[in-house]
Design a protein around this ligand. Structure first.
Ligand code: AMP
Length: 216
């Protein structure tokens, strides 16, 4: 199954992806996670990406597309993948379609996790994440049993710099300008499946899972 998760920052894509990985055993490809790891490792990619991420801007398409193409060519993607946070622009979506076609493959579905913009600022600024395994927590919902220590791996739970109030506003504006057009793009291709993301995580996942089962 070749799946794209689409949705605004804070819509819950990462949380849904983690559950999908558990049930469907597909690799989770999050460009945000790839960039955060590069930043933490201090690689040249990380140094470049950090400038954009800190400002809530998008990393240039040519950089991002190259990384995803390389990742999709790895053997663990042969049975399928869950793309989370990519594509985010029309050129990225075009490049993804071309890359998959050259491998004789295509997307099975684009799952839009739909959350009203009024709910997103609160969701993002209350989000916390494990620095090591990426597990997501929320000060308004589930937090680790021991303060700042991840229940899953013992890593440090922190607030991403780009989840600050200042950066969040720009990230949402960037989403509206660059990524929102992909909803129409994939609707026209007949691939769009919309899930109401403004509900309890379990209820959202029940819909996502049912949708994926209907594809397999
Ligand atoms: P995310 O974790 O998906 O919210 O991504 C965090 C940040 O990484 C974004 O605000 C961008 O700066 C960068 N990023 C992630 N995915 C992409 C992408 N597909 N295109 C450009 N920049 C991206």
């Amino acid at each position: 199954m070749n799946i794209v998760l689409l949705g605004a920052p804070g819509a819950g894509k990462g949380t849904q992806a983690a559950r999908m990985v558990e049930e469907f055993a597909l690799p989770h490809i999050s460009t945000g996670d790839i960039f955060r790891k590069a930043v933490a490792d201090g690689t040249p990619l990380g140094l470049e990406a950090k400038r954009y991420m800190d400002a809530g801007e998008l990393v240039p398409d040519e950089v991002t597309i190259g990384i995803v193409k390389e990742r999709l060519a790895q053997p663990d993607c042969e049975a399928g993948f869950i793309l989370d946070g990519f594509p985010r622009t029309v050129p990225q979506a075009d490049a993804l379609g071309t890359a998959l076609a050259s491998m004789g493959r295509a997307l099975d579905a684009v799952v839009l996790v739909d959350v009203p913009s009024s709910a997103l600022v609160a969701r993002l600024t209350s989000r916390r994440q494990c620095r090591v395994c990426g597990r997501i927590y929320n000060t308004m919902g589930e937090m680790p049993a021991k303060a700042d220590v991840c229940d899953s791996c013992g890593g440090e739970v922190y607030q991403r710099a780009d989840d600050s109030v200042e950066t969040v506003t720009n990230r949402l504006a960037v989403y509206e300008a660059n990524t929102q057009p992909l909803i129409e793009y994939y609707r026209e291709l007949g691939l769009l499946r919309t899930v109401d993301g403004d509900r309890d995580v379990d209820d959202v996942y029940a819909d996502v899972a049912a949708l994926l089962h209907s594809l397999s």
